[in-house]
Design a protein around this ligand. Structure first.
Ligand SMILES: *Cc1c(COP(=O)(O)O)cnc(C)c1O
Length: 298
């Protein structure tokens, strides 16, 4: 999509709160094509506004990494519209059940179908929604580059869509229960979940996500890196893996899984505390998940 909309010498503006793979796209792949990225905090509207003139597009995620931050798509859509460029939104974390970004000013919407759309940890796929002309241009490039969904995986996506509303609702309900449990736990410093009334994003959750906070939460385990790694090792039902939106609950301890090369200071600079864990909530019984967290924290 970036390679379809941008040419060498172009620049994009992107939210800093990005999925790791997209972050490395802006940091390593796009520069090789002489496409530059200006990264701004997703809620720093002044910085975004002043970065937009001359840019080809504005990019963000509905719910961004790592701190599960909700984007004010309505405001970003206005800013992009004023600048005469498209707002491109990765809606993977929210899923089409919680948010349809096109209703909030997005011009192009992407989903990783690997997550809630497939929903069962058994396919890799993606969806791009845009006007017919843009899609035709993207299709031309995909024919040449090869990211084409296999027919069986496409069928699994269609099957996943039949239950997505039930799966997302369940995952959100359970995530809220877990967030409340963790918020009250003495071994936890902080919980990041936009569905909590105490979250600074709670009003945005009502405006953008219909009041539900999604299936992913993050929290900071007290006692630093080793202790958080040990907590993760002790979990029995929740598995250590980096995906989301499926039947199983998965956890990532950032310092020991996705950001292993950083020391404590570098982790802090990246906005990741030593005990930072991201939990994506599956379809298990909420009591079983709480029991698992309880025994591992103990
Ligand atoms: C997983 C994910 C992607 C990448 O999707 P794949 O299907 O794994 O290639 C992109 N954006 C977000 C927000 C994701 O969670």
């Amino acid at each position: 999509m970036f390679l379809t909309l941008c040419s060498p010498g172009d620049r994009i503006v992107s939210a800093r709160q990005l999925y790791g793979g997209t972050h490395s796209l802006t940091a390593t792949l796009l520069p090789r094509f002489q496409i530059e990225s200006t990264l701004c905090d997703v809620d720093d509207f002044d910085a975004i506004k002043s970065a937009l003139p001359g840019a080809k597009l504005l990019y963000c995620e509905t719910i961004g990494n790592p701190a599960i931050k909700v984007a004010d798509l309505d405001r970003l859509g206005e800013l992009a519209d004023d600048a005469g460029i498209p707002l491109v939104v990765d809606n993977t974390f929210a899923s089409p059940v919680l948010c349809r970004p096109a209703e909030h000013g997005a011009t192009i919407v992407a989903h990783s179908a690997t997550k809630f759309i497939g929903g069962h940890h058994d396919l890799i796929g993606g969806v791009l929604c845009a006007d017919a002309e843009t899609i035709e241009r993207v299709r031309g490039l995909t024919r040449e580059l090869g990211p084409t969904l296999a027919p069986f995986n496409a069928w699994l996506c269609l099957r996943g869509l039949q239950t997505i509303h039930l799966r997302v609702a369940r995952s959100c309900d359970t995530a809220l229960q877990l967030a409340r449990f963790l918020e009250a736990h003495t071994e936890i410093n902080q919980v990041f979940y936009p569905g909590l009334e105490t979250s600074p994003d709670f009003d945005l959750t009502k405006k953008i996500l219909g009041g539900r906070g999604g299936g992913t939460l993050a929290f900071d385990v007290k006692g630093g890196r080793e202790r958080a790694a040990r907590f993760q090792d002790r979990l029995r039902l929740i598995k250590a893996a980096a995906s989301l939106g499926g039947t199983h609950s998965l956890i990532v301890h950032a310092a020991s899984v996705t950001h292993t090369q950083l020391d404590e200071e570098q982790l802090r600079a990246a906005g990741i505390s030593a005990g930072f864990c991201r939990l994506s909530v599956g379809l298990e019984e909420p009591e079983d998940l709480i029991g698992d967290l309880e025994q591992a924290l103990a």
